[in-house]
Design a binder for this molecule. Structure first.
Ligand code: CND
Ligand code: ZN
Ligand code: ZN
Length: 376
């Protein structure tokens, strides 16, 4: 491509300070270094995690920052050592990299590559520099994805190649929302046919958990949300019951206990609050239930519960990006989607031009959107 090796000027949404809305800017994006890839993002979804960063809920983030971690695009250029993709390939940036060599990458039980942005300097590329500048200032990366920029740079480990025929404006949701929720049920919890499930939070990620539970053959899926506007979609995607904590004068775990007699086999917290994490745990079967934490509470909070909640045999587990080994598993999920095996489209409530990103965040704040996809 004519732009290879050159700095590209393009549109991006920069969050200058914690608490501010993203601001549309022209940024400079440096060429990819040795084992890096520069991608032209075509479509990107807004996930609640991007909003947590915007709001300043995570303490390990530096500003100004370009967030966005649910994108799809086309490779523009690659560094000299890159072998996994070439310019023109369609790709999805990965929130968790896959170096393929560390003890975690070699362990089939985990997707938490040790050469990730959590163990290293979170907001910079692996060599501790940034590829973004705006108005003469260094702008930080986020999760090595930063998809709220028309062009972005990521390490080779943080990208996967997908079928060039897949519609990028839809499959961007494999970057987080769909894969995170669907995998929490299918891959992390391993929900079994006939089992009972409860899903706390029916946003883009929670509804994907509902779809995962349904695909796994769950006999009962109880959706829990304070926003009843989410119920219709949840039922369409497989929830058998939907309840709001606001309609009861007792805690929702007691309601679920009464509804099921013993509690659900699998409960999922997909809100990001420690109080609902404890409620989700207490909603699962005392003798054999599994509670999966998916939501991301703000930094600094600690989860507290009485040990008896788990001593009898309940399990408390976590799930990050659905437990998938993203580099290998996402292309397969995209193929499943192309073969109509998963209903990703149902999550897209709004599609807006990238320039309307602030409106997109507003829809999320107002509880109106499931996933708002932004198109460059
Ligand atoms: P979104 O905000 O769309 O959905 C959350 C839902 O929870 C909304 O429908 C709310 O109405 C509902 N809700 C809020 N408070 C309560 C409450 N007290 N009781 C019941 N329902 C409530 O968020 P999302 O679906 O984009 O993301 C959900 C969480 O998952 C969020 O914390 C996000 O940061 C996290 C997440 C985790 C991962 C991972 O890999 N583990 C990846 N991406 C996002
Ligand atoms: Zn690794
Ligand atoms: Zn996310």
């Amino acid at each position: 491509m004519a732009t290879a090796g050159k700095v590209i000027k393009c549109r991006a949404a920069v969050i200058w300070e914690a608490g501010q809305m993203p601001s549309l800017e022209e940024v400079e994006v440096a060429p990819p270094r040795t084992d890096e890839i520069r991608v032209k993002i075509v479509a990107t979804g807004i996930c609640r995690t991007d909003d947590h960063v915007r709001a300043g809920h995570f303490h390990d983030i530096d500003y100004p920052v370009i967030v966005g971690h649910e994108g799809a695009g086309i490779v523009e250029s690659v560094g000299p050592k890159v072998t996994c993709v070439k310019p023109g390939d369609h790709v999805i940036p990965l929130c968790i990299p896959h170096c393929g060599e560390c003890v975690s990458c070699l362990n089939p039980k985990t997707n938490f590559c040790l050469k990730n942005h959590f163990c290293q300097s979170q907001n910079l590329m692996p060599d501790k520099t940034s590829r973004f500048t705006c108005k003469g200032k260094r702008v930080y990366h986020f999760l090595w994805t930063s998809t709220f920029s028309e062009y972005t740079v990521m390490p080779e480990a943080s990208i996967t190649k997908i079928d060039n025929a897949a519609p990028l404006e839809k499959v961007c949701l494999f970057g987080c929302g769909f894969s995170t929720g669907y995998g929490a049920a299918i891959s992390s919890a391993k929900v079994e046919p006939g089992s009972t499930c409860a899903v706390f939070g029916l946003g883009g990620v929670g509804l994907s958990v509902v779809m995962g539970c349904k695909t796994a053959g769950a006999s009962r899926i109880i959706g829990v949300d304070i926003n009843k506007e989410k119920f219709a979609k949840a039922k369409e995607l497989g929830a058998t019951d939907c309840i709001s904590p606001n309609d009861f004068d007792k805690s929702i775990d007691k309601v679920i206990l009464e509804m099921t007699g013993i509690g659900v086999d699998y409960s999922f917290e997909v809100i990001g609050r420690i109080d609902t994490e404890v409620t989700a745990l207490a909603s699962s079967r005392l003798d054999s239930g599994t509670c999966v934490l998916v939501g991301e509470p703000p930094s600094g909070l600690e989860l507290a519960f009485i040990p008896r909640l788990i001593v009898m045999g309940r399990k408390l587990i976590g799930s990050s990006l659905g437990g998938w080994k993203l580099k290998e598993d996402l292309p397969k999920l995209v193929t499943d989607y192309m073969n109509k095996k998963c209903n990703l489209d149902a999550l897209i409530s709004h599609t807006l031009p990238f320039e309307k990103i602030v409106e997109g965040f507003g829809l999320l704040h107002a509880g109106k959107s499931i996933r708002c996809v932004l198109l460059f």
